[in-house]
Design a protein around this ligand. Structure first.
Ligand SMILES: [Cu+2]
Length: 189
């Protein structure tokens, strides 16, 4: 056993100690801690992204279905005329009815009371004896006995956006002669 061998064994031991407790070991521990932190952050990022996706889907769904459930469905019923009142006037701007029939309208609006005089939209056709009111954000069925007066008549809303004086607030009601009823008869219950 030479001095050289003893020295090198002592050196090896020193090196081993160094590898567990020395600066290199410290650096390794820091690196391991850093990697752990990074993978934790990546997991959190994935969670956060997942959360955002779920939130966006939930909000989108709520908007889509909120709108869907808001929309009156009676308009789809045969014979019932769907009419919307808004700041753009009547939609559709022209409705067709038969002279002498009992017409039914599903009349609705999304507008808030603050935009409407007296909190209502109106449907006014003096020549047809028609005057109806629709509460803000409301929906109602109008049952109207159409006079036996075929022709094209003006109808307007007089409670918003300039009322009668605003061209936008005017629509048309076409009263078709009862004889034309055979070709396109609406069945109204
Ligand atoms: Cu109006």
């Amino acid at each position: 056993m030479t001095d050289q061998e003893l020295l090198s064994r002592r050196e090896r031991r020193a090196l081993e100690r160094e590898s567990v407790h020395g600066p290199a070991a410290e650096r390794r521990k820091v690196r391991i801690a850093q990697r752990a932190r990074e993978s934790r952050n990546a997991r959190l990022r994935k969670l956060a992204f997942g959360g955002i996706v779920v939130a966006v889907l939930a909000i989108g769904g709520a908007l889509a279905f909120g709108d869907f459930f808001d929309r009156p469905t009676a308009g789809a019923t045969a014979g019932v005329i769907d009419v919307q009142s808004s700041m753009a006037g009547f939609t559709p701007s022209e409705i067709r009815v038969k002279a002498g029939e009992t017409a039914m309208m599903n009349w609705w609006t999304d507008d808030a009371a603050v935009h409407l005089t007296g909190g209502v939209h109106t449907m006014v056709a003096p020549d047809l004896g028609l005057y109806e009111e629709l509460p803000a954000e409301g929906n109602r069925t109008v049952v109207w006995q159409v006079p036996d007066k075929p022709g094209t008549y003006d109808v307007y809303c007089d409670s918003c956006c300039g009322g009668k004086d605003s061209p936008t607030m005017h629509g048309r009601i076409v009263v078709e002669p009862a004889s034309a009823a055979t070709t396109d008869r609406r069945v109204v219950g």
